[in-house]
Design a protein around this ligand. Sequence first.
Ligand SMILES: Nc1nc2c(c(=O)[nH]1)N[C@H]1C(S)=C(S)[C@@H](COP(=O)(O)O)O[C@H]1N2
Ligand SMILES: [Mo]
Length: 201
Amino acid sequence: MTPISRGFRGRRRPDVDPARVPPGQYVETDFPVLSYGPTPHRRTEDWSFTIEGAVEQPRTWSWDELIALPRETPTVDIHCVTKWSKLDTAWEGVSVDLLLDEVETDAGFLTAFSDGDYTTNLALEDVTGGRAWVVHTFDGAPLEPEHGGPARLLVPHLYFWKSAKWIRGFRLTEQDEPGFWEVNGYHNRGDPWREQRYWND
Ligand SMILES: Nc1nc2c(c(=O)[nH]1)N[C@H]1C(S)=C(S)[C@@H](COP(=O)(O)O)O[C@H]1N2
Ligand SMILES: [Mo]
């Protein structure tokens, strides 16, 4: 008799090193969609990315300019505050270091803003040093609108709500200004390894 292969018993929890999974999280093999509000469908011809606010000169990139910039291919684990984590997600995009190098600023914070009014706040030190990207490709294909296409922010060392979908730019600020979820009870920084889920964690 042939033993029943594991593949026929439905979805299993993948075998993973538990040290890669932050406290309170479980590993998801699908890629759930979590969006507050409808999915915008912006054509790349009408897309641009702007760094504005507390900068000497604002800087804007068109879609063609952005995708012509040097690319990085981060493969990273992502962690949603609703407790799913997805390991080894493969992206392609532009390092935030490279974009911020194009402006002069003394600001310590930024608000990432998106089509559809979503915002999220980040300290500059959380998006520099090779830890954040504006990504336009997932698993070798153009990023789907549901997952934030044409481009989204990727800040994998913080909970995934910080990775703003449908991103259109950064507004640099001298004071930290809580974004959409941060004013609605989520933690201001959101480090999954410290379980910083809600404002009092
Ligand atoms: N613009 C925008 N970005 C967003 C969200 C959103 O509702 N709007 N949801 C956030 C949350 S809570 C999560 S978990 C991830 C979900 O990304 P996904 O739908 O690609 O899984 O996007 C984040 N970025
Ligand atoms: Mo989330």
